[in-house]
Design a protein around this ligand. Structure first.
Ligand SMILES: *Cc1c(COP(=O)(O)O)cnc(C)c1O
Length: 371
């Protein structure tokens, strides 16, 4: 029994372990999909100014409704998403994880069910458990894509209150077609959450589910500044949806959940989106370089629209993970037999990863491979 389990812990939390990507002191940390490029120097200077100004008012509570920040986020989505998004359609919180938690507090909870197509983001079922929401694993094909007809049938049968679609999906990397999203929306009476944490990295011609929002009041698109924006330390996630969804999450959010410092820093960053997102193309090029290098090593990957690649197959993925770690390269073992996930970052990181993988692959790849 753990120390927590010796306490009067909620029964459904017994036997669980806390979310934990290892935070190890390794030279190449390619396991949490951060953007390794440093923030632009001009933005760092402006963040100092913006935070300095916000500090003057720290005796006051922040704007509970983050009005100015939501207007800035709506402006960013309108510029980049292909549709006009109003500030009343946007909500922000401490990372998209908090956004998702608020959605489950409002639309899930005791006696209700969420469904997500696994393997997908491991936090979805964890947040469901934390909010007392039941969880059902949705089906994927062997190649990790979603079979629309099968998914629609499953949603009709389970009748979940909340459906999660991660697009591009983590940990597999592939974007979900908008036709699938629209079909799932039509199949559910619940709230459909499209988690677009990696959308800025998608390959050309991959439209965002923002373009489906009009006329779909139960559709929610969630986004984050943790990945493409390179601001994982800021903790800023947001959603776009019908204003009714924003009203609903306001019923459950803690008052003043988003600190004045977070709001000020996020606004300063959003004034520099072009500079902030300048590294995205470079990261996509590294991702594509990883994908292209794998066949020569006798390995393969899943098509990726994200800043990471699910690669394999290995006879024993945890053993391959350890062998890479011994070479100072930390990747992610996402628990899928035969597969590992690597974050694409700088050219130096790709070089180090491919060199280490070149040493590891012959002993660890699955079966014989013939060029
Ligand atoms: C990284 C990630 C998030 C981001 O979480 P934050 O709380 O915004 O840092 C959300 N969804 C998915 C699928 C992710 O991989």
């Amino acid at each position: 029994m753990t120390a927590a389990e010796e306490l009067p812990l909620r029964p459904e939390l017994r036997g669980r372990t806390a979310y934990g990507a290892p935070q190890l002191a390794v030279r190449y940390r390619l396991n949490t999909n951060e953007n390794p490029h440093p923030l632009p120097a001009e933005l760092i200077a402006e963040l100092g100014t913006a935070l300095g100004a916000a500090v003057q008012d720290l005796n006051r509570y922040p704007d509970r409704d983050a009005t100015a920040l939501r207007a800035d986020l709506a402006g960013y989505l309108t510029q980049t998403g292909g549709v006009a998004v109003q500030p009343a359609q946007v909500w922000a919180a401490n990372g998209s994880n908090e956004v998702l938690q608020q959605l489950l507090q409002a639309f899930g909870g005791a006696g209700r069910t969420a469904l997500g197509f696994t393997p997908s983001y491991s936090m979805h079922p964890i947040i469901a458990a934390g909010t007392g929401t039941g969880w059902v694993d949705g089906h994927r094909r062997g190649d990790f894509t979603i079979d629309t007809a099968q998914a629609v049938a499953q949603v009709r049968e389970v009748r979940p209150d909340v459906v999660f679609v991660t697009s591009p999906n983590n940990p597999t990397g592939t974007a979900v077609a908008l036709e699938t999203v629209a079909a799932l929306y039509a199949a559910t009476e619940g709230v459909l959450v499209v988690d677009e944490a990696y959308t800025e990295f998608a390959r050309a011609g991959t439209p965002s589910a923002l373009t489906l929002l009009a006329g779909r009041r139960r559709l929610v698109v969630s986004r984050t500044m943790s990945k493409a924006f390179g601001m994982a330390g800021l903790r800023l996630g947001y959603l776009a949806a019908d204003p009714g969804v924003v009203e609903a999450v306001q019923l459950v959010r803690l008052p003043y959940h988003l600190s004045s410092l977070t709001q000020a820093a996020a606004r300063a960053a959003l004034a520099h989106t072009t500079a902030l997102l300048a590294s995205v193309d470079a990261v996509k090029a590294e991702r594509d370089r990883i994908v292209a290098a794998l066949p020569a090593l006798g390995l393969t990957s899943v098509p990726s629209d994200a800043n990471f690649v699910l690669f394999g197959r290995f006879a024993d993925a945890p053993a391959a993970w350890r062998a890479l770690l011994e070479r100072d390269v930390l990747v992610r073992d996402v628990g899928l037999p035969g597969w590992l996930r690597v974050t694409a970052g700088t050219t130096e990181e790709t070089d180090a990863f491919l060199t280490a993988l070149g040493e590891v692959a012959p002993a660890h790849r699955l079966g014989d491979w013939h060029p």
